[in-house]
Design a protein around this ligand. Structure first.
Ligand code: UDP
Length: 216
């Protein structure tokens, strides 16, 4: 894709990830942080794959002056997630709607910061439309941080279910904390997320309610 963009002199966007920070020792994570990634663990192919892609993007930027844009996307959720994609927001909502137990991995004290999809899209569009020469990398995510237990509680409150929590083994190398520093996005793009977790979860619950009804 980089070769194609070079030949066509096209602008090219990489949807990178907060996973480049691994299990971060610095909190919240600014773009200048190099990360703490296990190179041989079970999630390394994703983390290192995205890191390698960032490297290639910046090589093309330096060597060929290609107009690249690299955004590091933090946890994002919203309508149209796949019900079985295994991520925490979709899992918890589908479990709560079906009255099934909520699967907490580990103690649920690990944190994530969840960005509603419309906010993310707005950030991406602003970034790719920004002036040439601003390559990033730039963090796009919502800096409001929650433990996984807190997320479970919010989902249950919205759905109005009293599902019990079941505690499952924590996957290897699961980051213990994650929260974006979005000072750069604020400064360069005038961007910050607007949708609070509760509001975004309500919209997502309503999407999954309709989806599950259709499947009945
Ligand atoms: N998680 C959980 N229960 C689930 C799915 C995920 O407790 O049913 C936890 C998972 O261990 C992680 C967090 O929720 O700590 C976010 O997981 P997800 O896969 O959504 O995103 P990522 O780990 O890539 O941030």
């Amino acid at each position: 894709m980089l070769g194609l963009a070079k030949r066509l002199r096209a602008r090219i966007f990489q949807a990178s990830t907060s996973e480049v920070y691994g299990d971060p020792a610095i909190h919240p994570q600014p773009e200048s942080y190099w990360g703490n990634v296990n190179p041989i663990g079970p999630r390394s192919c994703y983390d290192e794959g995205k890191r390698c892609a960032e490297t290639l993007f910046f090589d093309y930027y330096r060597q060929h002056n290609l107009d690249i844009r690299v955004a590091r996307i933090f946890n994002t959720y919203g309508p149209r997630m796949h019900p079985n994609d295994g991520r925490v927001v979709s899992n918890f909502i589908v479990q709560a709607l079906k009255g099934e137990p909520i699967t907490i991995y580990g103690e649920g004290q690990q944190t994530r910061s969840f960005c509603y999809v419309d906010d993310l899209i707005d950030g991406i569009v602003r970034f790719v439309d920004a002036e040439p020469g601003f390559a990033g990398p730039i963090n796009l995510g919502n800096p409001s941080e929650f433990t996984i237990r807190e997320l479970a509680q919010q989902v249950l409150d919205i759905v109005g279910e009293k599902s019990k929590l079941v505690f499952c083994p924590l996957p290897a190398d699961d980051p213990t904390q994650r929260k974006p520093d979005i000072a750069l996005a604020r400064e360069k793009l005038g961007w910050e997320p607007r949708v609070k977790l509760e509001e975004g979860l309500k919209k997502t619950v309503s999407y999954f309610e309709d989806l599950l009804l259709e499947g009945e």
